[in-house]
Design a binder for this molecule. Structure first.
Ligand SMILES: Nc1ncnc2c1ncn2[C@@H]1O[C@H](COP(=O)(O)OP(=O)(O)OP(=O)(O)O)[C@@H](O)[C@H]1O
Length: 209
């Protein structure tokens, strides 16, 4: 479960944001929509603890992540929040499987090879496990990014424009995978998008104006 109250943020004196409150239960999905420049990515980065809000609270299960120290916040993110960002940022010298193993190793000091293989299987890319990320198509990289985000059984999965570079078929697949996996793993799923192909599929939406 993720829930926010009275979040405000500013990059500078000239530009400040007041974000509407958001609530999403485990296994459910919420979309953050709105025109370009309204602060969707900024809000997602605040939810991830990558940016600190000026005021307000973000509760994930029973933890207010805004009140955590920087160090605890980084640790909390690694263990509880899955991120699918616009750019995938893989370690280019490591294989797909090694990139996934690294996610669990960084969070808890253990290489969870079994889970990595299970997720690659579920995402239908098990046959790409020993390739380098650069040898995969964009759609396949997107699925690796989702697998990596789910490695540590996160309480919350945050996805920034996960379908923007995908054709209709791949966009549909990615959305189905994200929603199916979030239900299976009881993860609250927050998707930032301006993709009308996605918007029509969900009723739980927050529009930034
Ligand atoms: N690091 C930054 N420093 C200063 N201003 C920023 C920074 N990142 C974003 N902004 C500004 O904040 C505003 C909101 O940006 P943001 O990327 O959150 O919008 P968005 O709704 O996700 O847009 P888009 O749909 O085009 O991706 C924009 O005016 C942008 O120029």
């Amino acid at each position: 479960m993720i829930s926010t109250k009275n979040i405000t943020f500013s990059y500078s004196k000239e530009q400040s944001f007041i974000f509407p409150d958001l609530h999403c239960d485990a296994g459910n999905t919420i979309l953050i929509t709105g025109d370009s420049g309204k602060g969707k990515t900024t809000y997602l980065h605040i939810l991830a603890g990558l940016l600190r809000p000026t005021s307000g609270s973000i509760e994930i299960d029973k933890t207010d992540i805004v009140s955590l120290s920087e160090h605890k916040n980084d640790k909390y993110r690694g263990q509880n929040i899955g991120l699918v960002l616009q750019k995938s940022h893989f370690v280019s010298a490591l294989t797909v499987l090694e990139n996934l193993e690294m996610a669990s190793w960084l969070a808890n000091g253990k290489k969870n090879t079994e889970r990595a293989k299970k997720l690659l299987n579920e995402l239908n890319i098990a046959n790409q496990a020993n390739k380098l990320p650069s040898q995969l198509s964009i759609g396949q990289q997107q699925r690796v990014s989702i697998a990596r985000a789910l490695m540590n059984e996160p309480k919350v999965l945050l996805a920034d424009e996960p379908t923007s570079s995908l054709d209709d078929k791949n966009a549909e697949t990615v959305i189905r995978l994200l929603t199916d996996l979030s239900k299976e793993y009881k993860t609250a799923l927050v998707i930032v998008t301006h993709d009308s192909r996605i918007k029509e599929k969900f009723t739980n939406k927050l529009t930034l104006i």
